[in-house]
Design a protein around this ligand. Structure first.
Ligand SMILES: C[S@@+](CC[C@H](N)C(=O)[O-])C[C@H]1O[C@@H](n2cnc3c(N)ncnc32)[C@H](O)[C@@H]1O
Length: 419
């Protein structure tokens, strides 16, 4: 996947790395506090080992986004991208990354093949410098190819080690809040190596803050952004979504075209951290807001048969700060007629999860092929579907196929060059 797209780029400024990096992971113990004579400067310069968790299939795209943010040494791997940055970079990546689902900051890494090793490794971290007894916490766990196989147990043991360490230091312990904690901690076991991280995002990054209600099959915002990036759309030609539902694809495209950071309307986990630097955060948001521009009239359009879905699309557009900048029409795909000679069409048709639905959808997939072939000459068509059997009914030869995941559903993004 090399066609990462220019429109994902946030701006000109890059994130500078300090000349003398301060390791965030020191032995297995670390702290967000520093003992420097100028604590504020040292904190800003501290280099953080980060990991952007990314839906499978979009890792290279997230790597390209990080490069566009000035982070040169990003290393895409399975399920995410490892990178290093400073505090400003951490804030900026949360604000700007369109395809990542969260940004983790690594605290410690240690061999971990037993409950005792897990407890000791977690207990060694100076948690009392990160969490006070008045704060709440939650622990998320993921594990792969390790001796410890029960994620609930690993999360519980991790939580025990954290609260014990804080109680030993402060005399009281913090409570757990799984829904809206002050600090979210991530424990990851892979091949008996434990990695403990702070989740700087809090709610996952696909929660942009513009979606008010969910329709039946909304596309995840991060996946919509990945799809648009894969099309290579750069904002210079029209983009149409003839089956737009609640408008996720048009809204994500418009955010890109308007240079609006996807996280502008939400709060992040790091905003509740003890070391949160509000003035740094405000300056990063202000810099982003300066770059916002209007989406040209007619650039992005959405269509759907369902009036209720269109109502949601309109509301989401307004909430995203894009009122009047995307045009939605009540229309059937069968009547779709693009208004210009060239552009990008993205379709996310239903793919029939329940028995019997597929029969009805075959006709619709045939119509998608017909409409693209007969009415969209000069455009490039893309169909995102989780049903490869139905995709055959499009009846056109795809020039490229990308594998992406919509949650657990393996999908294909199929590209059609329409001559
Ligand atoms: C999988 S949903 C799209 C979800 C959308 N991407 C979102 O994020 O909300 C498919 C959409 O296709 C619409 N649809 C189904 N048949 C249609 C047709 N013949 N013409 C236009 N829209 C149609 C449905 O109303 C539904 O909103």
């Amino acid at each position: 996947m090399s066609n990462a797209n220019h429109i994902l780029r946030p701006g000109k400024r890059s994130i500078k790395s300090p000349e003398t990096p301060i390791a965030y992971v020191a032995d297995s113990t670390t702290s967000l506090k520093t003992s420097s004579e100028n604590p504020s400067a040292a904190r800003h310069n501290q280099i953080l080992n980060c990991f952007a968790a990314v839906p499978r299939g979009a890792e290279e795209l997230a790597g390209a986004e990080l490069a566009a943010l000035g982070i040169g040494d990003a290393k895409p791997g399975k399920g995410g991208v490892a990178f290093r940055t400073d505090l400003a970079g951490l804030y900026r990546t949360n604000l700007w990354l369109r395809t990542a689902s969260r940004v983790l900051v690594q605290l410690a890494q240690f061999p971990c093949s037993s409950p005792a090793e897990l407890y000791a490794g977690v207990h060694e971290i100076a948690w009392q410098e990160l969490i006070t007894p008045e704060m709440t916490l939650a622990v998320d766990c993921s594990l792969r190819d390790s001796t410890l196989t029960h994620s609930g147990f690993v999360a519980l043991k991790t939580k025990d080690a954290i609260v014990d360490r804080i109680r030993e230091s402060c005399g009281r312990r913090p409570n757990v809040d799984t829904t809206a904690p002050d600090v979210r901690i991530n424990v990851h076991l892979h091949k008996n190596i434990g990695t403990i991280s702070l989740d700087s995002s809090g709610d996952s990054l696909d929660r942009r803050g513009y979606r008010l209600e969910r329709n039946e099959a909304p596309l995840r915002e991060t996946l919509a952004a990945a799809v648009i990036a894969l099309t290579g759309w750069d904002g210079s030609t029209p983009l149409a979504d003839p089956m737009c539902g609640s408008g996720t694809i048009p809204v994500e495209a418009a955010l890109m075209a308007a240079h609006i950071p996807p996280g502008l309307h939400r709060v992040f986990g790091f905003q509740r951290w003890l070391d949160f630097d509000n003035s740094l955060w405000k300056s990063i948001c202000a810099e982003a807001e300066e770059g916002i521009r209007q989406v040209p009239v007619g650039l992005i359009t959405g269509y759907d048969l369902d009036n209720r879905a269109l109502l949601l699309a309109g509301r989401n557009t307004t909430k995203a700060g894009l009122e009047g900048q995307i045009h939605f029409f009540h229309a059937a795909l069968q009547d779709f007629q693009p208004e210009s000679d060239t552009g990008v069409i993205i379709l996310n048709p239903p793919y029939g999860k329940r028995l019997g639905e597929e029969d009805d959808l075959r006709e619709l997939y045939c119509q998608i092929g017909d409409v693209m072939k007969k009415r969209c000459r000069g455009w490039t068509g893309y169909v995102l579907t989780g049903n490869l059997e139905l995709a055959k009914y499009i009846g056109l030869k795809a020039s490229r196929r990308y594998v992406l995941f919509n949650g657990a559903i393996e999908c294909r993004l199929l590209k059609y060059d329409l001559y």
